[in-house]
Ligand binder design. Sequence first.
Ligand SMILES: C[S@@+](CC[C@H](N)C(=O)[O-])C[C@H]1O[C@@H](n2cnc3c(N)ncnc32)[C@H](O)[C@@H]1O
Length: 203
Amino acid sequence: MSRYQRPDHYTRKARAEGLPARSAYKLEELDEHHHLVRRGGRYLDLGCRPGSWSSWIRRQAGADARLLGVDVEPCDGYPGTFLRMSVEDLTAAQVAEVLGGPADVVLSDMAPNTSGARDLDHLRQIALAEAALAVAERVLAPGGAFVCKVFDGRDAPAFVQAVRERFTTVRRHKPKAVRSNSREFFLVGTGFRGAPADPAPAG
Ligand SMILES: C[S@@+](CC[C@H](N)C(=O)[O-])C[C@H]1O[C@@H](n2cnc3c(N)ncnc32)[C@H](O)[C@@H]1O
C-alpha cells in the first residue's frame, strides 16, 4: 500500500465514528470557524457522494433539518433526499420542492475525475465551482451561506471575486484534513446579498 493510501488519522476517525469518508472533518473545521450548521435548517450538498458531509450535517442539525444531496454517481444510504444528476441540470424548482423553501446553506465539495494534468484539472474544477455558485445564487435565502471547494490556479482569483460580489463576507480556508500536497482550499461566503445586477445596456 502506498503512503497516500495508508489510512491516516482522519480516515481512522471517520471509520470509528461511522462516517462514510474523512472529508467530514474538513466540514467540521469549516463549521467551527464559520458557524454554518445549526439545529434545523435547509441544506443543499452538491457533489455529496459518499455522503460524509451530509451525514455530519444530519448529526449536528437533527431530524428536522431538510437535506438535499446531488451527485452524478449513486449515493446509497444518503441521509436525506438524493438526486442522481449533474449540478448543471439541477433547477431551482427541484431544490425548493425538496427543501420546502430557500436554502440556508449551499455546499459544494465537487471535484472532477482528475487527469493528472494540473491546468486541465484546475479548469474543470473551477467550472464545477462556477456551476455551484450559479445554483447557490438561485436557491439561497438572503443572508445564507456558501461553501465551495476550489483547486488553486490561474482562474481561482476571478472565481473568488465572483463570490465576493455576492456575499458580505468571504474567507479562504484550508482545513487541516486537506492533504498537505493538495491544491484544494475552501471558500466560505456568508451573508448572501443576491446576484449582482446586470450592467445597463450600452447606448
Ligand atoms: C470529493 S467528492 C465529495 C465528497 C463528499 N463531500 C463527502 O464528504 O462525502 C466529489 C464528488 O463530486 C461529484 N461530482 C463531480 N462532478 C459533478 C457534477 N457535475 N454534478 C454533481 N456532482 C459531481 C463526484 O461524483 C464526487 O462524488
